[in-house]
Ligand binder design. Structure first.
Ligand code: GDP
Ligand code: MG
Length: 274
């Protein structure tokens, strides 16, 4: 959160100007195995809340949240999909035309990382070729590497840098905070190396404490090739000859602002921390 806040603090004029801009709508799809925390990450981002026993998503849920950058306001239209295998065949419906995707795994569960990799492959094969993909290891609070873990001698330099970046004094110390690493099943280095190789953004988050969540969406927002997308839309509009072409899909998305699933939580609330 400190990142986003400092952006605004550091550039009040730009931030003020950006509030005047029409938000740029960006479709983002959340993918990953069931129970890795997809709905919890999005709930943290949209409402800054966490539910200890979140009910599984059925089908998909739709939520929106704005993210204010210095140069633009991105309005994320977030499709939070169900992770169960029986819903897999529905996924293309949600990632088709998506400009961004967060592929989430649980850092305490190795199989969820394997599943994340298979989602990445599917996106790279079948989604929009320019899609911005973020690989996200969630449930960071369970491994207690930050917070009290800062003092642990086993940490790497990279961990130190990241911890400093994320340090917002909100406290990421968990109840289990004796800095044990034992719950971690997916090494950060391994996941990061895979993300680098596959050309993905990479984050570790905790929907429970909020660590890394705003940073995830802010960094994705920054990567959206707005100019390129607008140029494509204008080209399509021109090709359609009436200026309606580019807007058509967006109108469709707007019209689809519906509550699907019980875990929808005030989707239009404009409470972005970005
Ligand atoms: N400790 C911890 N639990 C989490 C975190 N994110 C989600 N959970 C819990 O994991 C379970 C599954 O979360 P949910 O968001 O429904 O996962 P989804 O199926 O991927 O949407 C719920 O009981 C959540 O409370 C997290 O960051 N830390
Ligand atoms: Mg869910």
């Amino acid at each position: 959160m400190s990142n986003a806040q400092s952006q605004n603090n550091g550039a009040p004029a730009a931030a003020a100007a950006s509030t005047q801009q029409k938000p740029f709508q960006t479709k983002l799809v959340l993918l990953g195995e069931a129970a890795v925390g997809k709905s919890s990450v999005v709930l943290r981002f949209v409402s800054n809340e966490f539910q200890e026993n979140k009910e599984p998503t059925i089908g998909a849920a739709f939520l929106t949240q704005k993210c204010r950058l210095d140069s633009a306001v991105i309005k994320f239209e977030i499709w939070d999909t169900a992770g169960q295998e029986r819903f897999h065949s529905l996924a293309p419906m949600y990632y088709r035309n998506a400009q961004a995707s967060a592929v989430i795994y649980d850092i305490t569960k190795a199989s969820s990382f394997e599943k994340a990799k298979s989602w990445v492959k599917e996106l790279q094969r079948q989604a929009n070729p320019n899609i911005v993909i973020a690989l996200v290891g969630n449930k960071l609070d369970l491994v207690a590497e930050t917070g009290s873990g800062k003092a642990a001698s086993t940490k790497t330099d990279e961990d130190d840098e990241e911890a400093d970046d994320d340090d917002d004094e909100n406290g990421t110390v968990t109840a289990e905070g004796q800095s044990t690493n034992s719950a971690r099943a997916v090494p950060k280095d391994e996941a990061k190396a895979y993300a680098d190789e596959a050309g993905l953004l990479f984050f570790e988050t905790s929907a429970k404490t909020g660590e890394g969540v705003v940073e995830l969406f802010t960094e994705v927002a920054k990567k959206i090739p707005i100019d390129q997308i607008v140029a494509n839309q204008q080209r399509n509009a021109a090709a359609n000859g009436n200026g309606q072409g580019a807007g058509a899909s967006r109108t469709g998305v707007n019209a689809g602002r519906v509550d699907i699933g019980a875990n929808q939580n005030n989707p239009t609330r404009d409470a972005c921390n970005c």
